[in-house]
Design a protein. Structure first.
Ligand code: ADP
Ligand code: ADP
Length: 224
């Protein structure tokens, strides 16, 4: 069976991480989130974390040369041999070109770019209510997906936090950055026949069902 090499596209707060958590279990591929990788590097005060901090705090993108190498190394690891779900990468045309080049070198190709689209006003509501388990990355929302006990993760009892860059002012910058630098990737992947579009305003369950059925069809086509 062919490998399943996927990327998730969409504005901050679209629900990429929420969907990725379920999909990777079902399809048996690793969830590679560049945001999670960078936040872990920050917490561990590694060289990568120190380089990335000021950009993340400001809501801007970490420079391409800092992030590209990290991702290309990660997708070459053993657990990504049968595929991967990239979340938060690529975010620029240079990153998309680097990914495509590396996959070609490995004699692999991208299966699909999954775009989860939501308008800006919904993004702001979602991000302002987002709470995260800093240990596992599990995502909640104070209104749309609250934990059983306020502020505490259902799974391991860790106290939930609000990310520093989820403040409204930083969110506005992140949205501008998305429209300027990342949204051009929608046409980029559409031109290559790889784009699958999903309405991210539906409930998490509905979005999940749509993505799942699209992936099932893609896998089937591949096997025929
Ligand atoms: P969200 O999906 O909510 O926008 P992420 O967790 O994906 O947030 O990213 C948080 C921050 O990490 C970004 O604002 C950016 O500073 C940095 N970052 C993550 N992925 C990349 C990337 N591929 N290129 C550059 N910067 C990135
Ligand atoms: P992204 O990874 O794209 O930045 P997240 O998956 O972290 O987005 O979701 C952002 C916030 O919105 C979280 O608090 C999450 O619980 C909530 N959320 C995710 N998907 C939906 C949805 N379909 N409807 C309502 N809220 C959602």
């Amino acid at each position: 069976m062919a490998d399943l090499n996927l990327i998730l596209l969409g504005p901050p707060g679209a629900g990429k991480g929420t969907q990725a958590a379920q999909l990777t279990n079902e399809f048996g591929i690793p969830h590679i989130s560049t945001g999670d990788i960078l936040r872990a590097a920050l917490a561990n005060e590694t060289t990568l974390g120190k380089e990335a901090k000021r950009y993340m705090d400001a809501g801007e993108l970490v420079p391409d040369e800092v992030i590209i190498g990290v991702v290309l190394e990660r997708i070459a690891e053993d657990d990504a041999r049968d595929g991967f779900l990239l979340d938060g990468f690529p975010r620029t045309v240079a990153q998309a070109d680097a990914l495509g080049g590396e996959l070609a070198q490995l004699d692999r190709r991208l299966t699909a770019a999954l775009l989860i689209d939501v308008p800006d006003d919904i993004v702001v509501k979602r991000i302002s209510g987002r709470r995260t388990n800093p240990r596992t990355g599990r995502i909640y929302h104070v209104d749309f997906d609250p934990p059983k006990q306020e502020g505490i993760c259902d799974e391991d009892g860790t106290e939930l936090i609000q990310r520093d860059d989820d403040k409204e002012e930083t969110v506005r910058t992140r949205l501008t950055v998305y429209h300027e630098q990342t949204a051009p990737l929608i046409d980029y992947y559409d031109e290559r026949g790889l784009l699958c579009h999903f309405d991210g305003t539906a409930s998490p369950r509905e979005v999940h069902a749509h993505i799942r059925s699209t992936l099932a069809t893609l896998k089937l086509e591949d096997e025929l």
